[in-house]
Design a binder for this molecule. Structure first.
Ligand SMILES: Nc1ncnc2c1ncn2[C@@H]1O[C@H](COP(=O)(O)OP(=O)(O)OP(=O)(O)O)[C@@H](O)[C@H]1O
Ligand SMILES: [Mg+2]
Length: 471
């Protein structure tokens, strides 16, 4: 078994081979996922993955069989971990909950819970005697004996080695941020790589999103945008922001960002796009373009001589930003902000999935229905693309997000009982924030840092002392 051990955030990955694995010839992994354009998450996985992480004692016999096989074939794994259950099965990996058998033998600076417990249950102090002290001591001893859990992410062997290394490398770079799931270590056995992560207890989004109050949303998004600010501060684009990649525990009011399988460093593979040009220059280029001279045409040209445009479109259907759909060649961290906006729209509208398209063209139609032809045209020009449609349901002006939310939640159903149930001031504040996440122009869209200062997410500026003073 080879160990890929992160030393610290600055040094690149070091891969330790044990004697046995040095003797093994590294098998060439299938590169079939190498094409950037083909990498996308499967919608089915996103919406139907029903693993619950408190199902430890009920292990499906098929899952047990799968875990047994994994333990048998991946040499050395069972000496280190006891597999408990399968907790996720995605497009690129299977994730297991496991007990870390060698926890005590290692430095566990990743263990937030242990750090927190140290504060809440200190060892017995000399002055505190009696029953309470004994109970505290007992609690502490039990904590020490409590099994330590990890999540083992078995990355499918069909993933290219460079993609796997990219994920591990980015995770390594992101160590030290509380809101991002740290990488403990990684192992390789022949062509199989596993990443070992701290196990984070979380609740399935579908169980709580319909009942979230505006305050709950504020706390959820504060946590998510803190994670995004951390990731973006490192120049990293996550590319796959969606509820299943943000493990949130409503009880603890805390979430961690996982799954850097599609993440990339901003600027790598980027090519100039018109969206970064000066607006006058862009306008001139659009006005002089061949398409502008010929006017709109119906359908596709039979012999299109224009060079094909390629851009990274990795991500999940329904969460892709307009610039990804329009094949912008210079995508930025702002694509994550749009996806976070889709989560907020889902919560406010109480509909999941909110966008439910079969492909990118349909996704564009869904977005255009909300934002209208006029703004979509302007967005197209921004990236050097003409947007044309004759679909009758897409209007010129589109609809406000407020209206969309009222319709989705049947709150302006004046047909039924003639009553309107308008948005509250708090909800309106959430919508104003959503509008900033849904700026069609990525240059104007709010950044994660700015989002944390927005009226919707901003923490109370007064400390408890100051508040007391004011009272
Ligand atoms: N550290 C963790 N603690 C607890 N559960 C986890 C952890 N990491 C992943 N999971 C569970 O496993 C699921 C899949 O993990 P991940 O998103 O990393 O893999 P993936 O193959 O990219 O999945 P997908 O294709 O669904 O995005 C998560 O949605 C989550 O339920
Ligand atoms: Mg995932």
């Amino acid at each position: 078994m080879a160990i890929i051990r992160p030393r610290n955030a600055k040094t690149p990955f070091e891969i330790h081979h044990d004697q046995e694995s040095l003797e093994e010839e590294e098998e060439v992994m299938d590169e079939s996922r190498g094409d950037m354009e083909d990498v996308e998450q499967d919608e089915e996985d996103e919406y139907s993955d029903g693993y619950s992480d408190d199902s430890d004692d009920v292990v499906d016999p098929k899952v047990q069989e799968d875990m047994d096989k994994f333990q048998e074939t991946f040499k050395g794994i069972k000496d280190r971990f006891r597999l408990i259950n399968r907790i996720g099965e995605g497009t690129f990996s299977t994730v297991y909950k496991a007990e870390d058998l060698l926890y005590e033998a290692y430095d566990n600076d990743w263990d937030i819970e242990e750090k927190e417990n140290k504060w809440t249950s200190p060892p017995l102090k000399k002055r505190r005697m009696g029953m309470q002290a004994l109970a505290d001591m007992n609690d502490y001893a039990q904590q020490r004996r409590r099994p330590k859990y990890v999540a083992i992410k078995k990355i499918y062997v069909t993933s290219s080695p460079s993609r796997i290394l990219n994920e591990l490398d980015l995770l390594n770079d992101l160590r030290g941020f509380d809101s991002v799931c740290p990488l403990i270590t990684a192992f390789r056995h022949t062509d199989q790589v596993v990443a070992v992560l701290p196990y984070f207890k979380h609740t399935d989004f579908r169980e709580y999103f319909r009942n979230m109050t505006v305050d709950d949303m504020r706390i959820y998004f504060r946590s998510l945008f803190r994670a995004l600010a951390a990731v973006h501060s490192k120049g990293i684009i996550h590319r796959d922001i969606k509820p299943t990649n943000f493990l949130y525990e409503p009880e603890k009011r805390r979430g961690v960002l996982v799954d850097f399988g599609l993440a990339e460093r901003q600027g790598v593979d980027a090519k100039p796009c018109m969206c970064t040009e000066n607006a006058d220059h862009r306008r001139r280029r659009v006005a002089n373009s061949v398409t502008a001279a010929m006017g709109p045409s119906n359908g596709y040209p039979k012999n299109d001589s224009r060079p094909s445009r390629r851009a990274n479109r990795a991500g999940t259907r329904g969460f892709r930003a307009p610039e990804v759909l329009l094949k912008c060649t210079d995508q930025t961290t702002k694509i994550d902000i749009w996806s976070a906006g889709v989560i907020l729209l889902t919560i406010l509208s109480k509909r999941f999935p909110f966008f439910n398209s079969a492909d990118d063209v349909e996704a564009m139609i869904e977005i255009a229905t909300i934002f209208g032809i006029k703004r979509m045209k302007a967005t197209g020009y921004l990236h050097g693309v003409m947007f044309e449609t004759n679909i009758p349901t897409i209007g010129n002006a589109g609809f406000t997000l407020e209206k969309i939310i009222l319709w989705s939640t049947c709150r302006n159903d004046s047909g039924k009982d003639g009553k309107e149930d308008p948005l509250t001031d708090e909800e309106k504040s959430a919508v104003r924030f959503l509008e900033r996440c849904f700026e069609l122009d990525p240059n104007k869209r709010i950044s994660a840092e700015e989002a944390l200062e927005h009226e919707f997410l901003r923490e109370d500026v007064y400390s408890d002392d100051e508040e007391m003073h004011m009272l």
